[in-house]
Design a protein around this ligand. Sequence first.
Ligand code: G6Q
Length: 546
Amino acid sequence: MSTPATQPTPSPAAWNELAAHAAKTRDTHLRALFAADPSRAERFTAEAVGLFLDYSKNRIDDQALALLLKLAEQSKLKERIELMFTGAAINITENRAVLHTALRAPKDAVILHDGNNVVPLVHAVLDKMAAFASQIRSRAWKGFTGKPIKNIVNVGIGGSDLGPVMAYEALRSCSDRGLVFRFVSNVDGTDFAEAVHDLDPAETLFIISSKTFTTLETMTNAHTARQWSLAALKDERAVARHFGAVSTNAKEVSAFGIDTANMFEFWDWVGGRYSMDSAIGLSTMIAIGPDHFRELLDGFHAMDVHFRTAPFDANLPVILGMLAVWYTDFFNAETIAVLPYDQYLKRFPAYLQQLTMESNGKSVTLDGGRVDRPTGPVYWGEPGTNGQHSFYQLIHQGTRLIPCDLIGFARSLNPLPKHHDLLMSNVFAQAEALAFGKTPEQVKAEGTPDWLVPHRVFDGNRPTNVILAEKLTPAILGALVALYEHSVFVQGTVWRINSFDQWGVELGKQLAQRIIPELASAEEPALAHDSSTNALIKRYRALKAR
Ligand code: G6Q
């Protein structure tokens, strides 16, 4: 298997300098940092592509930032960015290029993969998607009985589900409200059953989204969908009107019986979790229309250009990524909370979990050695203000350091009187409370009895980034997703891991294949697992047989 031309080289100098600096400054309180520097709030900010990042409430000083950026340079981040954008096979364990940035490149761009310009291919698929989406949106696309399609069910899992769900929810305000969208991912029959229980098969289109078209969960759901459709429509020819496919695997798509005229292609240089802006976004395009989809892509692209060209000290993904490295490796932070103050972004944390954790949940370096420091933090979150009434307690007063990204918008898409200022006051208040806390003196001064004081003290010094934009538009969503995509790449580069493979999902799949017949067989199977697995299988069979 070939390896990319340039490997990042180890950078012990910057790591050691950072470790020394962190040891020296770790206990410095944000109160002191702000008191010492009136210009801090202006200096530790960056803005690009409609996103404003205030990172001043992080436990960094100028030197920490300089050293973090030095580490990025010594990790050959600049060179790695170029390798990614120019189609080198930086996903070395799968010998693949990583070209999701080509998915949103403008028509006249030239991006070579194996000597061929992929941009015309991308735009040809986008045009085909647009034609299909427009037919559905205009109700010109009729089902087999002549009724227009008005229900769209995306069947896919992982990267073929989380992006479409997140984008549909995020962009609902510009979606066609006369269409119904459902998303089926889980092989749990409940997911399918609940998704279709109130739908008329004659008005329902399934989009089977699977890069490989072999994923067990998706193919199981796809076959169930086919049976469900045909049970009502009673004619194999109905499949052509009620099924579309998004895949790299034309052979399997036609074997399933889907007309390849309804197949939308993507390529092996698009990773599943980096594919929401490929044909995997077909349901998104049907929901919001081709023009809004183009705006979404333009937002992604604008962030790509920023990432590739901005100096590191003004580069949003670099800053965000290096701050994650800072807390993960020098503050023992194990998690990062992403807290969108926008209900439309309710699935954004779930989307980010796959993006970040499948990408950087690795413990082996590019050259096959063990990593020698913690990598990939756990990302998690919920929309504010709901989270404030549940888990924020731990973020404010618990024993763990949890850096938070708070995301908010200046203008609401549903500007009900009072609501938005109330919502946004919480963004600013939470970041303020987390950073500055409340001292025992302040608590006492409020008349709190001595015994209660410790309970009401907030240590503060808890870091946050605040990401602020004017309004949640398709372009801003694109920029936001690309910001995190590239932040993940920055982290992976510094840790010298491959952010683009996912071998860790394989073992469980293999073992499940072995267990399926053991659960299904009529005869009591001979089990050769460990004693716990054997006993669980036996108990399941017994309970099931009751
Ligand atoms: C993402 C992963 C994974 C993938 C799913 C679905 O990066 O590769 O989440 O998207 O396993 O795969 P298919 O699209 O091939 O069904």
